[in-house]
Design a protein around this ligand. Structure first.
Ligand SMILES: *[C@@H]1O[C@H](CO)[C@@H](O)[C@H](O)[C@H]1NC(C)=O
Ligand SMILES: *[C@@H]1O[C@H](CO)[C@@H](O)[C@H](O)[C@H]1NC(C)=O
Ligand SMILES: *[C@@H]1O[C@H](CO)[C@@H](O)[C@H](O)[C@H]1NC(C)=O
Ligand SMILES: *[C@@H]1O[C@H](CO)[C@@H](O)[C@H](O)[C@H]1NC(C)=O
Length: 421
């Protein structure tokens, strides 16, 4: 599908339709209207303003199949554009299409695209609605004002095409009530994804974070996104961008709730915040990082914590209101990670020798980030491919675990060398 435009009189008049529905019939109608005084002139008068400079940039070709209108041939040029993504005037992203297509599909036009031939059509929707439009924004009731009320707000996401296999959710705004203080369970507000692969419910503040939902191959049940709000008054605000990912996209790793690309970046657990964040209970998911070309390893370092007098960027177990050492392994001893852990396959400290019995480790927890038992944080290297981490928390924090924030890690991929293969 695309946008097909007939340009008459060297760009003075433009007439655009969805590519698939444009046919010679339309062309003759336009040609006729022009011949009979041009009823389309007012409708497309905006084209008059920008026509001249825009058409210079466009590849022209003559519309040869219209034999009947041969006397107009030299005046007509047909240009086509794909229904691509566009940036709307408001800063939101949309899909480029004609004004008529945009309103018939329930979007709202927000600025121009395709060199002024199309309109950037934004799809924004709220509670109890459904969408099959790529790039729909799911917002709270009353957005951009916050919503302070209780209930359930659901968006049903239907595949725009059977060839869509994943849905990416970008949390442009995400502020709902956080978990309770004792066991960090989301028992007041929750964001729930159902209909795809199992995804843990989350709550709190998650702006800037994302999720991938596996929607299955072919025509499948819709994916439902639900915000449940209950309990104490709270000013909730959300704006979730819902992108439909075609099956043939290079990203194919099923089972990664989060997926990062790039040589370096930052990973955070949901509701991470050094001051007010609380690690969420009942989490169980994988994080994947694309191996960039010519890179063989990945190094993780706890984020710099500038607000606390001791870093709380990695606090998973123990009473992290006090300094807590790192803990490793899957045993049940006091310094093992039986309940909450971040799993980094065969993690080894960088520049610090490990004890002989643990050349590399998998589960890491505690209140200090390192691949050995220590009060001293360390960068950690893993060369297991593909690059993945898994995060698991159980449903209990108190009394042993208190004040844990979760994790914030910076990652940096390591080039292939004699030591990193
Ligand atoms: C327009 O439609 C034709 C066939 O109808 C197709 O070959 C062409 O790729 C389409 N162009 C765009 C930009 O979608
Ligand atoms: C949805 O939009 C994104 C980005 O705008 C694009 O990469 C993706 O291919 C689109 N999906 C479909 C099904 O067209
Ligand atoms: C629009 O897309 C650009 C580029 O992909 C991205 O950087 C930006 O955050 C998007 N804006 C919104 C509001 O989604
Ligand atoms: C660190 O800050 C906490 C309160 O945020 C305070 O109780 C503690 O004494 C401080 N520790 C040091 C060593 O300054």
């Amino acid at each position: 599908m695309g946008l097909k435009c007939l340009v008459i009189l060297f760009g003075l008049i433009k007439f655009c339709k969805a590519n698939e529905t444009m046919n010679t019939d339309t062309l003759s109608k336009v040609a006729d209207s022009r011949a009979t005084g041009g009823i389309y002139l007012t409708k497309w008068n905006r084209g008059l303003e920008r026509g001249h400079q825009d058409t210079k940039k466009i590849e022209h070709r003559f519309w040869s199949p219209v034999q009947r209108e041969s006397k107009f041939l030299s005046l007509f040029t047909v240009v086509t554009f794909p229904n691509g993504g566009c940036a709307g005037a408001s800063g939101d992203n949309g899909t480029c299409m004609t004004a008529r297509e945009c309103s018939s599909r329930g979007g709202s036009a927000n600025g121009y695209c395709a060199n002024g031939f199309g309109l950037c059509c934004i799809f924004m929707t709220s509670c109890e609605s459904s969408t099959s439009e790529n790039g729909t924004y799911f917002v709270n009731s009353g957005y951009p004002a916050p919503y302070d009320g209780t209930g359930s707000c659901e968006l049903t996401v239907i595949k725009s095409h059977p060839d869509v296999c994943q849905i990416r959710l970008d949390f442009d705004r995400f502020s709902i009530a956080g978990p309770e203080q004792m066991n960090h369970v989301c028992n007041q507000d929750q964001f729930i994804v159902s209909g795809g692969n199992p995804i843990p419910a989350i709550c709190g503040t998650n702006q800037g974070s994302h999720m991938y939902v596996d929607a299955g191959i072919g025509t499948t049940n819709p994916v439902k996104l639900t915000f449940v709000t209950s309990g104490n008054p709270f000013e909730r605000l959300w704006k979730v961008k819902v992108t439909q990912i075609p099956c043939n996209t290079i990203y194919k790793d099923e089972g990664c709730l989060q997926y990062y690309t790039g040589v370096s970046g930052q990973l955070q657990s949901f509701n991470y915040h050094p001051v007010s964040g609380l690690q969420l209970s009942n989490q169980d998911y994988g994080i994947c990082i694309r191996i960039e070309r010519n890179f063989c390893g990945i190094q993780y370092t706890a984020c710099v914590d500038t607000v606390n007098n001791r870093s709380r960027a990695f606090t998973l177990t123990g009473n992290s209101n006090n300094p807590v050492n790192s803990m490793i392994g899957s045993g049940s001893g006091p310094n093992n990670c039986a309940n909450d852990w971040l799993l980094i396959p065969c993690a080894a400290n960088v520049g610090r020798l490990q004890p002989a019995q643990a050349l590399c480790t998998d589960r890491i927890c505690g209140g200090t980030f390192a691949a050995d038992l220590s009060m001293q944080a360390s960068s950690v290297l893993s060369t297991v491919k593909p690059f993945r981490l898994w995060f698991h928390t159980d449903s209990v924090e108190a009394p042993a675990d208190m004040g844990n924030r979760g994790f914030c890690l910076n990652y940096m991929q390591q080039p292939c060398t004699n030591n990193v293969i």
